[in-house]
Ligand binder design. Structure first.
Ligand SMILES: [Zn+2]
Length: 113
């Protein structure tokens, strides 16, 4: 479960950003997870709970937004939303695809007070 490592890295990044802002307390964190990132949102939520346990971030809710995966077909140039179970061009059936969006996990927002 690589979500644990990611959640840990994310917590460190939150820590750093909050320090730079000089904020007192984190109220909520929002991340976006791309459909093609290989990160499972449900696992990410669990991992966040696990890594923040016993830290100042314990109990801080993690809001997760999912970003649809968009790919382009290298055969016909069609751009489409990818169904991760069926990695195929809906237009020509081509399987040579290049991802356009939805590959990343990004911290979108940190609510502080
Ligand atoms: Zn195609």
């Amino acid at each position: 479960m690589h979500e644990l490592g990611l959640a840990d890295a994310m917590m460190k990044m939150v820590q750093k950003l909050v320090k730079e802002e000089g904020a007192e307390r984190v109220i909520a964190v929002t991340v976006s997870i791309g459909d093609l990132s290989g990160v499972v949102p449900r696992f990410m939520a669990d991992a966040w709970e696990a890594v923040t346990d016993g830290t100042p971030y314990q109990g801080v809710p993690l809001h997760i937004e999912t970003i649809p995966g968009v790919a382009q077909c290298l055969e016909c140039g069609e751009q489409f939303q990818v169904d991760t179970k069926r990695m195929k061009c809906p237009h020509c059936g081509g399987v040579r695809l290049t991802p356009i969006s939805g590959r990343d996990m990004t911290i979108e927002e940190i609510d502080v007070e």
